[in-house]
Design a protein around this ligand. Structure first.
Ligand SMILES: Nc1nc2c(ncn2[C@@H]2O[C@H](COP(=O)(O)OP(=O)(O)OP(=O)(O)O)[C@@H](O)[C@H]2O)c(=O)[nH]1
Ligand SMILES: [Mg+2]
Length: 345
């Protein structure tokens, strides 16, 4: 499933559905108004109106059903983002939707019979009104969850398509220069500013490696140093991208004395990322070397190497220092994976 395709599912809120039903029923009234209508003529009008309301509801619920089916089959990253927004896994919503479908069919059938069997006009009108009320209440009772689905779809459809292949996630605390790096390595134009959480969702750029394919580089929101259950939904998007999409993570540090968050905090978040994806590689990158005195750079780099055994690559995304080396490193990793895949065929 490509998230852009979700735009074709326009989900109605309860209010929108109510208005649609009301408008269509009024149209029928205008067409069929006749004074002193006979009981049989009235019954025909009421049955047509009830049928219209039922069809509108049914097509809305069918839409929800195919949306949920599409989402259930989608990549785990999209499913988790959906769960983040709605609090429910798509597959858990399937029974709810099936139940709604069943309920409206039963109500429709029951009230059609009551209208057909009514012996006077008043009885027919009462049966019709209660039928409409019950049909609408099936949707109204689920309005919260439907609104959360609508919101999740809007959020999901903003996300980039994930292409199969080699994906590098740029992660780190806010303000370390993740978006600046993406903008320098690819043609993407992420927003860059000196305020935390400038980036609020995942943003993608590509490095072409002709003729073999391309590297997908994903810029993410900043991650703060706090437990997972305290993280906000923006940070969680970054965590989910690391967990579900990464072949390699570039973990960016700002080792400069002016960094927005302390170096200790940045190390703690680094450790949490390493632990999150034990079997994948996390490459530490020190950014802003233009702002960092040499002795500080060296002491912090050797501290990291001593504890984690990895030597950070030192760059300045803003000035462009060492970005060629970083690009070559990513291309080497991409080629390694491509060769590995080719050998399997
Ligand atoms: N001096 C210097 N400033 C940099 C460098 N890289 C980024 N900056 C600045 O740091 C600030 C934050 O940069 P961003 O790229 O927006 O940082 P981010 O990590 O994407 O921030 P969030 O989206 O908030 O997580 C901006 O003012 C950049 O100009 C660098 O290498 N050197
Ligand atoms: Mg950013």
């Amino acid at each position: 499933m490509r998230p852009g395709k979700l735009r074709r599912y326009y989900i109605k809120t309860y209010e929108e559905l109510y208005l649609a039903v009301d408008r269509r029923m009024r149209a029928i009234s205008i067409l069929r108004t006749r004074k002193n209508k006979q009981l049989s003529a009235l019954r025909t009008t009421l049955l047509a109106k009830l049928g219209t309301a039922f069809n509108i509801l049914k097509s809305e619920i069918d839409k929800l059903d195919s949306l949920i089916k599409d989402l259930s089959k989608s990549h785990s990253f999209y499913r988790e983002i959906f769960t983040l927004e709605t609090g429910k896994y798509p597959e858990d919503l399937s029974p709810v939707i099936k139940k709604m479908k069943r309920s409206i069919s039963i109500i429709y059938r029951e009230h059609r019979i009551r209208i057909k069997q009514s012996r006077e006009k008043r009885e027919a009108v009462i049966a019709f009104r209660s039928g409409i009320g019950r049909l609408l209440s099936v949707y109204r009772r689920r309005r919260r969850v439907i609104e959360s689905i609508k919101y999740a779809v809007a959020e999901l459809s903003k996300l980039p398509d994930i292409v199969d292949g080699y994906t590098v996630i740029i992660a780190g605390m806010p303000q370390v220069g993740k978006s600046t790096l993406l903008s320098k390595l690819t043609r993407a134009k992420p927003k860059i500013s000196p305020f935390p959480f400038t980036t609020k969702t995942v943003i993608v750029g590509h490095i072409l490696v002709e003729p073999y394919g391309r590297i997908t580089l994903v810029d993410t929101p900043g991650i703060l140093d706090r437990p997972i259950d305290k993280k906000n939904p923006i940070e969680l998007k970054a965590v989910l991208a690391v967990k579900h999409l990464a072949d390699t993570v570039l973990y960016m540090f700002d080792p400069s004395p002016q960094s927005y968050y302390s170096f200790d905090e940045q190390i703690r978040v680094y450790r949490s990322i390493v632990e999150l994806i034990e079997n994948k590689e996390v490459v530490p990158v020190f950014n802003k070397i233009d702002l960092t005195p040499r002795e500080l750079l060296e002491s912090r780099a050797s501290l990291l190497e001593r504890i984690y055994g990895s030597k950070p690559l030192q760059v300045s995304a803003l000035r462009g220092d060492n970005l060629d080396r970083l690009r070559d490193l990513l291309i080497d990793k991409f080629m390694e994976k491509t060769r590995h895949l080719l050998r399997r065929f």
